[in-house]
Design a protein around this ligand. Structure first.
Ligand code: ATP
Ligand code: MG
Length: 442
């Protein structure tokens, strides 16, 4: 399909001459006598606009500004008269792609057009890929909270570059999930993802596990074997719990990453290596005596920290419901209904094990094995009438409390019950007012 070009000029003779030139060069052309008319036709989504700078009414600069204000990314090439350089600079600042001084050579104009169209289609392709990649990275990371949304954005951004990454975060906050998501959304997605847990790497074996060994080095494995590095060639190597890596190995690995080549143990020839390293840790590597700073700086081309479940607190019910449903389906059970009261209780729990702990609880809940604190009864299964009434009551109480800014005296009056009864019910349903919550947090 040929590109669509809008041509805008108040000079009718120049407009038709230019339209002819562009059309005979194989483009689809729409000609306009004013910027206002062109603006009204933007729904046709032109690939390029060529516009005169000096026009009565809306001039070229105002036209570019209007397009940008409408978030129209279409490139604009302005045609300027002799001595209009000052205006041309202003036009570029306003967001014009290029300008051309009149009189111009046809060949020159066509060259500028071609270049601009190519740049534009490259930009569109990049934007398209970024969206595709961001969507791929999104798949498994749940949550609507600001913390989780930022987390997904960072992952998408890191996937679009090829830097080594250090991911830091508490247990169960999705460090491995993030490492996999970065790989899956990166240009290396079709290459291997190799995970190596440094904590279970016996020092004596570390070298052969990482670098592999050549033919005849070990009698029991005489053919030779590729190590983890080689296995990750063309893809991503995750170094899990990287803080536990022995310092001697850190030094060797640093050299390999710098030289982008390595030798298998017992071999002399160097092998080329193309891996992206994503290292995960629960600690601050900068402060660790047993972590080489040079190795740290080599790895930390970029850094990512994973949000705790506390930071993403509002996502707790959503993540719980998701994993409860998955587990129920896996065991062929009906989709579990999560009572509102339970959601409220879950939100207030500490979750030191973060999403992993929440996920385990959700799975137990789906199988009827999760006991809600204090009630001694499993909460899954169909809701009874009593459950429904309790849920309704709790929700009402919470709403009335909200309406009275947490003032229990006024809320009790409004509900038509004694304050003591309200307090009992609040305790039973685990409802706290903001005031109490704040003092709990602090
Ligand atoms: N935002 C999230 N949405 C959905 N699932 C998540 C999210 N974050 C973590 N999980 C899930 O929680 C579990 C723990 O995540 P993961 O193994 O990546 O944590 P980790 O940070 O590597 O923990 P550890 O430090 O203990 O190894 C996984 O099953 C993962 O899929
Ligand atoms: Mg992990």
């Amino acid at each position: 399909m040929s590109a669509t070009i809008f041509i805008v000029d108040d000079d009718a003779d120049h407009l038709s001459a230019l339209a002819d030139l562009v059309e005979t060069s194989g483009y689809a052309v729409q000609a306009f006598a004013s910027a206002t008319a062109a603006l009204e036709a933007m729904a046709a989504q032109p690939d390029l606009v060529i516009s005169d700078l000096r026009m009565p009414g809306m001039d070229g600069i105002a036209f570019v500004k209007a397009l940008r204000a409408q978030e129209q990314g279409v490139p604009v090439v302005l045609l300027t008269g002799h001595g209009d350089v000052g205006h041309a600079v202003e036009a570029m600042r306003a967001g014009a792609e290029d300008f051309l001084e009149k009189p111009y050579e046809s060949a020159h104009l066509l060259a500028v057009m071609r270049r601009t169209l190519e740049a534009q289609s490259a930009r569109r392709e990049v934007a398209r890929l970024q969206t595709v990649l961001a969507e791929r990275a999104d798949v498994s990371i749940l949550g609507k909270s600001r913390a989780m949304r930022d987390f997904r954005k960072r992952i998408a951004a890191l996937a679009s570059v090829d830097l080594d990454v250090v991911i830091t975060g508490e247990t169960g906050t999705g460090k491995e999930l993030a490492a996999r998501a970065i790989h899956a959304a990166s240009a290396r997605a079709d290459g291997p993802f190799v995970a190596l847990n440094c904590a279970v790497l016996p020092e004596a074996m570390a070298e052969t596990i990482l670098f592999g060994h050549g033919e005849g080095v070990f009698a029991h494995d005489s053919a030779g074997r590729a190590g983890k590095l080689e296995a990750a060639h063309g893809g991503t190597l995750m170094l899990d719990e990287v803080e536990t890596m022995p310092m001697a190995i850190q030094a060797k690995l640093l050299r390999v990453l710098q030289e982008r080549s390595f030798e298998r143990m017992g071999e002399a020839n160097a092998r080329h290596l193309d891996v992206r390293v994503v290292a995960t840790t629960k600690t601050n590597l900068r402060l660790l005596d047993t972590f080489r700073p040079d190795f740290f700086f080599r790895l930390a081309g970029a850094e990512l920290s994973t949000p705790t479940l506390h930071e993403a607190g509002e996502d707790i019910p959503l993540i719980f419901a998701h994993y409860a449903q998955l587990a129920a389906r896996r065991y062929g059970r009906a989709d579990p209904e999560v009572p509102w009261i339970l959601s409220q209780k879950l939100k207030r729990q500490a979750w030191r094990g973060n999403v992993r702990e929440l996920k385990t609880s959700a799975e137990a809940f789906a199988l009827g094995l999760y006991e809600v604190e204090g009630t001694g009864t499993p909460t899954s299964g169909p809701m009874t009438l009593a459950d429904r009434v309790a849920q309704f009551e709790a929700r009402e109480i919470a709403a009335v409390l909200d309406a009275h800014a947490g003032n229990t005296l006024r809320a009790a009056q409004s509900l038509g019950i004694p304050r003591r009864t309200l307090n009992d019910k609040m305790r039973r349903y685990g409802i706290t007012t903001d005031h109490e919550r704040k003092s709990e947090d602090g």
